[in-house]
Ligand binder design. Structure first.
Ligand code: MN
Length: 282
């Protein structure tokens, strides 16, 4: 059995082929995994749990069906879908994790993040991120009628698109020192994230110890999936995943509980994340 990770699917009605490919993945390949982690920006735009126009509503239904088929679902917020909330969690059966979240994957401590929080060289983006994660700002925004939220999001997107070409690739990428500090603070030797759309396995030196940053690619051009089983992680393309998955275990066989450490509280704090727990610039 294996655990799968995807990030930056950016489901959008503007890209029907990619929506189809992802829904097909949920209905077929993903059913053979024991857990699926969505590491942010699953939706190109999620303006609140009532934002269920195509393709958002279809994806919610497909995730719910996957959950009913016995696959454990976890989601982190991305910078395009940070308003995924309690109703989304309830409707899909996804457990929304804090960012970063320390989880154990087959006995190994791993730090999961969308990745935008590691882009600390982009200070204007970090100020914007802090504002969007402010609970009061979110409550006020959610209170607006959906058409107003759409109009506001379109304005913000236009502004972001205008600003992005002025930023250097280094500023737009994660800061390795920030990732290394997070890895050290959480006592892990692997960090998995997306957001930068620069897939690969990047070595990272933490206090002389060799660690690894696994970066998932997006589903615009590619279809990056991280397959993790008892032999370790493999960053793959969708077409390779079926061949890498072993046969599903017989019905009724349960995997061990998932240990999640909530970042920002004591790094020693461990908890079982209950279903529908909602805690949860590219
Ligand atoms: Mn992102």
């Amino acid at each position: 059995m294996a655990t799968l990770f995807v990030s930056d699917v950016h489901l959008s009605a503007d890209r029907p082929e990619q929506v189809h490919r992802f829904l097909e993945f949920l209905a077929t390949t993903a059913r053979r995994a024991e857990a699926l982690y969505l590491l942010g920006d699953l939706f190109d735009l999620w303006l609140g749990d009532d934002d269920l126009g195509p393709p958002n509503g279809e994806a919610v239904a497909a995730l719910a069906a996957l959950g009913r088929a016995g696959v454990e679902l976890f989601a982190l917020h991305g910078n395009h879908d940070f308003l995924l909330g309690r109703k989304f969690a309830r409707d899909t059966g996804c457990r929304i994790l804090p960012d970063p979240a320390r989880v154990e994957i087959y006995g190994e401590g791993v730090l999961l993040s969308h990745g935008d929080g590691f882009c600390t060289r982009d200070q204007s983006y970090q100020r914007w991120r802090a504002f969007t994660r402010n609970p009061l700002a979110q409550t006020l925004f959610r209170a607006l009628p959906l058409p107003l939220r759409r109009a506001q999001a379109a304005r913000i997107r236009a502004r972001t698109l205008a600003l992005t070409p002025r930023k250097s690739p280094e500023v737009m990428d994660v800061d390795p020192g920030t990732v290394a500090s997070a890895a050290r603070a959480h006592g892990v030797s692997r960090v998995v994230h997306g957001h930068t759309h620069r897939p690969g396995v990047y070595p990272l030196e933490v206090e002389g110890m060799r660690t690894e940053r696994i970066v998932l690619g997006d589903w615009y051009e590619g279809d990056s999936v991280l397959v993790w089983d008892r032999t370790g992680p493999r960053l793959s393309r969708l077409a390779e995943v079926d061949g890498q998955l072993a046969q599903p275990s017989p019905p009724g066989v349960r995997h061990p509980p998932w240990n999640i450490t909530v970042a920002g509280r004591s790094s020693e704090t461990r908890m079982r994340v209950r279903p529908a727990l909602a805690t949860c610039s590219r």
